[in-house]
Design a protein around this ligand. Structure first.
Ligand code: F6R
Length: 242
């Protein structure tokens, strides 16, 4: 794992955006694996600015997102479909039918398998963007999830529901299940960038950088087995790392 340490969230976002836009320029039909949440918001802003100022085109790009809540309509303002549209897709030139997210209204085993097949049929993910949960989750792969499985339905832990409650009117409205790419799916990506910002992530980043072997109890540890992982973390996220 390669670490890029930066000062703050702005610098982290700019670095991540530069890596992504460079790939899009070099490989205009690349497949981008994307994440939602608070951490990548400014990365998407920087990519939108790059698109507007430098004309980086997404017309041949496909995107596949990590996850979506179960039981939420794609039009719902709390869906990850809405997040992606409002933070990124509506500002760039990507055709809607080239943006793929799990459908939270079709949480069957067959549907999950078809999401992995879709990724394979696109030729696999060239670059996967990840955030990290305080408990080390990546995607919605919570501690205890086997590190080899594909896309599946998960029950969200109380701490993850609590962390995501800020987007909902109250905690009871946060779905208790999600569809997520499995760690097995994530590890098939050719390149992975994990971004982390703020004190809340300091313990998870410390554990990740200390990892020497994959361990189910800390899902992000699976990344040590991947040949091309870059972690971009800011000073606060690195504050517990020696
Ligand atoms: C989001 C995702 C999650 C988040 C993680 C951190 O698509 O897969 O793993 O990356 O929960 O979320 P934030 O960035 O909101 O702290």
């Amino acid at each position: 794992m390669h670490l890029i340490s930066v000062t703050n969230n702005n610098e982290m976002s700019q670095k991540a955006a530069t890596i992504i836009s460079t790939l899009v320029t070099q490989k205009p039909n690349a497949v981008l694996g994307l994440a939602t949440g608070g951490t990548p918001e400014k990365t998407y802003k920087a990519l939108v600015m790059d698109h507007q100022q430098n004309g980086t085109s997404y017309s041949k790009i496909h995107t596949v997102n990590l996850d979506e809540y179960v039981g939420i309509n794609p039009q719902d303002s709390n869906s990850y479909h809405s997040y992606m549209y409002h933070h990124f897709f509506k500002y760039i030139d990507i055709p809607a039918n080239q943006t793929h997210l799990p459908d939270g209204e079709h949480a069957s085993v067959d549907y999950c398998a078809s999401y992995d097949q879709l990724i394979e049929s696109l030729g696999g993910v060239d670059l996967q963007l990840l955030g990290i949960g305080r408990n080390g989750h990546i995607g919605f792969n919570e501690p205890g999830t086997p590190l080899t499985i594909g896309t599946h339905v998960v029950k969200l832990t109380p701490s993850t529901r609590q962390a995501n409650a800020r987007y909902f009117t109250d905690l009871s409205k946060v779905p208790d299940q999600a569809i997520t790419m499995g760690i097995g799916t994530i590890l098939k990506s050719r390149k992975i960038i994990l971004i982390a910002s703020g004190k809340d992530k300091a313990e998870a980043v410390r554990r990740l950088l200390d990892c020497s072997a994959p361990d189910d109890d800390f899902p992000a540890s699976a990344l040590v087995a991947h040949p091309d992982v870059t972690i971009i973390a800011d000073e606060q996220a690195l504050s517990l790392t020696k």
